[in-house]
Design a protein around this ligand. Structure first.
Ligand code: COA
Length: 532
């Protein structure tokens, strides 16, 4: 065993300042999450309850195993847009009858649970997660379908929702729709495309067109019940496989469907004995300095996240700005790549490329802990081949077939974000700490680049350069880039699957790894051509 040591002093001024800054950010994020939980506001909530209905969150709580955790994903989707925080849908991984399932529940109190562009992006992301990790999907359906004012953005790409459901089914991943209320128009294809459909007496309404639309289209007079009521679908159309008497009954039936799936995880089981880290996970609060220019040792994080703080470091003396090594997390083997001093040099890039190949050879999932300002620039480094070495790392990460998880702890800038498996490189999950920042480069650097380019252009034209306007422009751009780099902004755009409390890291990663192991774990047998 190679047990990590810690030099973190939780009584130090630095620790206290970092922990305070992190706590402030967590409070800010908590306030935004509260907006999600509040749904459509007190009036809409009260109306919903008066109708004798459970909220989307209560439905999830009843569905999952008692006292089991729910890994909520993308809870800040749509943050910073005109739409409700969370994208009007609650989604995540929950355990039903011992089976990890993807649960997706539109919030009917927010604009009738309709899908706006952010809802759609979140739903599609959930389908991808379900597909890659082989998670049965349970939809708790109550939605008015497309958000009509934004139909131009949801109609065409939205077709993928239904395609995904049947693709999942073809892959042997079960899909279950529990219909709590309206599921009209395009929404009717959710129960229509699911393997199992449960409807609730006098509650579910599933039709392609409601009475007014039918009247418009054909002149026929009709009513909700005969067009799409649960009884009709259970007895006449056959779209409902089960008829529930109320919401609780539908949830009970949903649970029994999962129990009968005879579900088997295809990945290897975790090691039986799991040893907790030797160091206090509470201290994860104060490791990242609020000024990301100050480096921190990622081994302090690893020591508080992996089993028994046991970490076998690979190539510790070579390319030391990137820490690589092997560990176990909740009993699952992982290879970890963690940035130590921000910049990636040629040595780090080559070390990463080798390490990723080794993980593929041993079918070991990879965890990327980001705190990088990118690959090193400058004459010396260009001449030593930083581009081709960075390309080696990006080749390895792109063609690696073992599951990847990315955690943005601090900076994640430039091509370093790519090499460390940013969102575009399809990690199975991406999480961010409130301290994370991600952009093409830092705000000051980006504003400085624009200023230098502007100065050179003015000189070339023989025009005077307006210093005052330039300073104003720089300040404005810097502020804009700063705002756009922050985790709430990134999470709002679904560039990550959630901003997490650093103290929950081990739990969140453990749940993610466990979900990942529903699918087989198999490394790549070939990579692209590595430039030497
Ligand atoms: N697009 C955008 N907004 C919609 C909407 C839609 N498809 N459906 C409902 N809303 C809005 C309503 O305007 C209302 O907004 P407000 O809170 O600002 O007043 C809010 O959502 C709640 O709607 P309401 O009708 O009061 O709620 P409800 O719970 O009684 O009924 C529906 C919800 C979804 C059953 C009902 O609104 C409905 O039938 N909508 C149209 C559904 C439809 O035809 N969709 C086409 C899909 S392709």
């Amino acid at each position: 065993m190679t047990t990590l040591h810690s030099t973190l002093d939780s009584g130090s001024v630095e620790y206290t300042a970092a922990a305070e800054a992190m706590t402030t950010k967590l409070t800010e994020i908590g306030a935004e999450f509260a907006k999600n939980v509040a749904g459509g506001g007190p009036d809409k909530m009260a109306r919903h309850r008066k109708r004798g209905k459970l909220t989307a969150r209560e439905r999830i709580e009843l569905l999952i195993d008692e006292d089991s955790p729910f890994l909520e994903l993308c809870p800040l989707a749509a943050w910073g847009s005109d739409f409700h925080v969370g994208g009007s849908v609650i989604a995540g991984i929950g355990i039903v009858e011992g089976v990890e399932c993807m649960i997706v529940a539109p919030d009917p109190t927010v604009r009738g649970g309709t899908s706006n562009p952010w809802t759609l992006r979140k739903n599609l992301r959930m389908n991808d997660i379900a597909m890659e990790n082989r998670l049965p999907v349970i939809g708790l359906v109550e939605s008015g379908g497309a958000d009509l004012p934004t139909q131009k953005e949801v109609f065409v790409p939205g077709g993928r929702m239904f395609r995904d459901l049947t693709k999942l089914s073809a892959m042997g991943i079960p899909t279950i729709a529990l219909v709590f209320g309206n599921s009209t128009a395009g929404g009717a294809y959710v129960p229509g495309m699911s393997d199992y459909t449960v409807m609730i007496k006098e509650r579910s309404k599933v039709f392609l067109g409601g009475p007014p639309l039918v009247k418009m289209a054909t002149g026929e007079e009709s009513d909700d019940e005969s067009l799409g009521g649960a009884e009709m679908h259970a007895r006449t159309s056959g779209l409902a496989d089960y008829l529930a008497i109320d919401e609780q009954d539908a949830i009970r039936i949903g649970r029994s469907i999962v129990r009968r799936l005879n579900w088997k995880k295809q990945g290897p089981a975790p090691r039986a004995e799991v040893i907790e880290p030797l160091f206090d996970q509470e201290e994860l609060l104060g490791i990242v300095p609020s000024d990301l220019k100050i480096p921190f040792d990622p081994r302090e994080v690893i020591a508080r996240v992996v089993d028994g703080s046991d970490f076998d470091e690979f190539k510790p003396l070579y390319g030391s700005s990137l820490v690589t090594g092997w560990a176990e997390l909740h009993g699952y083997p992982v290879g970890i790549l963690a940035n130590a001093r921000g910049v990636l040099f040629s040595e780090e890039a080559q070390k990463a490329a080798q390490f990723i190949q080794l993980a593929n050879q041993s079918d070991t999932p990879l965890l990327f802990l980001h705190n990088t300002t990118g690959y090193m620039v400058g004459k010396e480094f260009e001449q030593k081949g930083i581009i081709k070495h960075g390309a080696m790392m990006i080749n390895a990460v792109s063609n690696s077939k073992v599951p990847h998880i990315s955690l943005l702890m601090g900076a994640s800038y430039g091509a370093g974000h790519y090499g460390m498996c940013g969102r575009a490189y399809d990690p199975r999950f991406v999480f961010a700490w409130p301290s994370a920042k991600s952009a093409v480069m830092g705000g000051a650097q980006l504003a400085g680049v624009i200023s230098i380019v502007g100065r050179a252009a003015a000189e070339a034209k023989g025009m005077p350069f307006n210093e005052e306007a330039d300073a104003g422009m720089r300040a404005m751009i810097e502020a804009q880039i700063e705002a756009e780099s922050l985790p709430m902004f990134m999470s709002g755009r679904l560039y990550d699957d959630g901003v997490i409390d650093p103290r929950d890291t081990r739990t969140v990663l453990g749940m993610a790894l466990s979900a990942i192991h529903n699918a087989p774990i198999k490394g790549a047998e070939g990579f692209g051509v590595f430039r030497m």
